[in-house]
Design a protein around this ligand. Sequence first.
Ligand code: HEC
Length: 181
Amino acid sequence: MSNFQRLFVAAAAACLVVLSAPSRAGVGASGCDDLSGIAETPMVDFQSQIQPIFDSTCAGCHGANGPAGLDLRAGESYDNLVGVISNTNQNRLRVEPGNPDSSALFLAVSCDSPGGPGFRMPGTDLQQRALIRDWIAQGALAEPAGTPEPIAVPVNGRWALTLLTIMLLLTGLNLVRAARP
Ligand code: HEC
């Protein structure tokens, strides 16, 4: 092997190692609070417990066309957060349901250096950060678990229309046949 080939193989091997390393929670973040002493709040409700934090401390900056493209106003925030790739760190979701330590939102409020945005988001206290932690850990639900889902209509409109058309055609055919001498 030439030196060049050796270098190539070594580089490829290094890439493989990097790629196969398990992604660790909160990787790249530092100076994070220790919230382990704050007990979990059961069944955190997004609308009545999380959105008010955004309304009072975040939406002033994170409005329409907010920084990092993040809109935290009521009615916009949920769809801007859950399952959406972070703008400041594309290896993360803003909110990864079940996993606060990999969610940009939680790291942004609870770490001095969140490893995405360049600074800790101002204005929350420890209790509010723990509430955000618990909401994400509990699945980042839009409504608290146990809220009855609206009953889904099983037939979707297009299918119903197709079925109706077929039935009409068959009826028509039968009529034509019956009318024949
Ligand atoms: C003073 C204005 C300001 C306030 C208040 C503020 N932010 Fe931010 N936020 C920013 C800026 C600026 C950035 C982008 C930072 C960067 O690019 O390094 C940002 C980025 C973020 C990000 C990263 C988004 C992404 O897609 O990567 C999150 C999450 C976030 N903020 C959440 C919050 C929350 C939650 C609050 C309220 C507790 C808040 N911010 C309050 C200015 C603010």
